[in-house]
Design a binder for this molecule. Structure first.
Ligand code: HEM
Length: 430
């Protein structure tokens, strides 16, 4: 038995090696990829991929290789293309979005149970989920949630005033409630609420790095079907328990609670209640559950992290918030809190928000996309299957567009050149 398993494995490895080499040679005949660090044989640039703060390494490579950098993910993987300039990101990722709006499919994501999330799924369900998300959260639809944002902001201010030392938990609860209310129609009182603790347990699993197992799964996808009765199959149990926790905590439990509260008449109008009104069949209900499930992971921590940055910025550069306070006092007066309708009359405060999004951008690499068909950009091949990502960090810290980029300076968004800078900051939304 042992002999046949090792024979099978060496046969499989040889086939994959031949296919991988063929893929590389075939691609080379089509055109030259964008420049990038020199790849190692077989494994490409995988050994030098940064383990954390990737955007900083990509920024360094941008200085060395230019505005579009390609990385080889070995002979088995498709290349990764990193865009470091706003105009190019706009051309390739917005202008040609029909060819670049897909998401990479990772076998390791499927194995650990988060492939149903919008951010990692491909194909038809992904498009339907994206349509639902953009119909209920983008453009004019976002206005439906302004009242939630306003009420939660007032609640946050009271909480910070009452116990400023607990800032971390207040911001976490604020980000959570914005999403829980708009998606599921309920809110939590404390950041220690069991619903939140459970969701964060799931997020920990989605964030977990499978390490060498992830690399092996992407390289030898058939490992996904490695029988549990064979030796060394312990990883299958680990993956199964990850799938169970992610599905239950992020998808099934918050949705079940929402459905129950809606049936009892105890939920606020929300994404789930609106979509369930049409009487969906089982497949459609699963899509609604997926779509709702991804909202927390996408929206809660990004909101909380942006607010953390505000407090960091205000601590490091206190002059700007004093000026913002002055503007608020002049326009609003001292006897009420600002509402969304005051926004137009608060240009400096608006500039603070834009600078906040730029200065310490919370998704420095956005969420990766996948190229569907071969494309060319200024003579460089952007091959089908490549992962393509905009390095928002480098774009938003380009010293030509944003002089002294590490300084928190809202004045960049007031006066000459501010309109162009505002457009560039839009990259934070992908
Ligand atoms: C400061 C706050 C936020 C930032 C900076 C942010 C940023 C981003 C970025 C960069 C993407 C990737 C877009 C792309 O495909 O290129 C994204 C996707 C997404 N965001 Fe946000 N986001 C924020 C808040 C939210 C909130 C509050 C929600 C929901 C309540 C949300 C829901 C989503 C969803 C569902 C996607 C995935 C869309 C898709 O895959 O097509 N985000 N966000």
């Amino acid at each position: 038995m042992e002999l046949s398993v090792s024979l099978l494995l060496s046969f499989a490895s040889s086939v994959i090696l031949i296919i991988g080499s063929y893929k590389v040679l075939f691609r080379r005949r089509k055109g030259a990829l964008p420049p990038g660090p020199r790849p190692w044989p077989i494994v490409g640039n995988i050994p030098e991929l940064p383990k954390n703060r990737d955007w900083r390494t990509y920024e360094k490579w941008a200085k060395e290789y230019g505005s579009v950098v390609s990385l080889s993910l070995g002979i088995f993987g498709d290349p990764m293309i990193i865009i470091n300039k706003f105009d190019i990101a706009r051309d390739l990722m917005n202008g040609r979005s029909a060819n670049s709006a897909d998401r990479p499919f990772l076998i390791s994501a499927e194995a650990k149970g988060d492939d149903w999330m919008i951010s990692s799924a491909s194909g038809h369900p992904h498009k339907v989920r994206r349509a639902i998300a953009s119909r209920y959260y983008s453009g004019p639809a976002a206005k439906n949630y302004q009242i939630i944002q306003q009420d939660e902001t007032h609640d946050l201010l009271c909480a910070i005033a009452a116990s400023p030392d607990d800032l971390h938990n207040h911001l976490k609860r604020f980000g959570a409630n914005i999403v829980l209310l708009s998606t599921y129609g309920y809110r939590i009182q404390e950041s220690s609420d069991p619903v939140l603790v459970r969701i964060h347990e799931g997020i920990k699993y989605t964030d977990s790095d499978l390490g060498i197992l992830g690399f092996l799964l992407e390289t030898f996808p058939m490992l996904r079907y490695y029988p549990t009765w064979l030796p060394f199959s312990g990883f299958q149990k680990k993956l199964a328990s990850s799938r169970e926790v992610i599905m239950a905590s992020l998808r099934d439990e918050p949705f079940a609670k929402s459905k129950r509260l809606i049936a009892e008449g105890n939920a606020m109008p929300c994404l789930v209640s609106t979509l369930l009104e049409d009487g969906p069949d089982e497949t459609q209900e699963n899509l609604i559950r997926d779509c709702a499930g991804v909202m927390y992971a996408a929206g809660a921590d990004s909101t909380a992290a942006t607010l953390y940055s505000f407090f960091l910025g205000a601590t490091l550069f206190p002059s700007f918030y004093k000026q913002a306070q002055q503007e608020l006092d002049t326009v609003i007066g001292g006897d009420r809190l600002p509402t969304i309708h005051d926004r137009l009359h608060l240009p400096f405060t608006e500039a603070v928000v834009l600078e906040l999004l730029r200065w310490n951008v919370v998704t420095p690499l956005g969420i990766p996309h996948r190229v569907i068909s071969d494309d060319f950009y200024e003579g460089m091949l952007i091959p089908a299957g490549a992962t393509i990502t905009a390095n928002e960090w480098t774009i938003l810290h380009d010293p030509v567009t944003f002089p002294n980029p590490d300084t928190f300076d809202p004045y960049r968004f007031l006066g000459p050149g501010s309109e162009e800078r505002k457009e560039i900051v839009g990259v934070v939304w992908g």
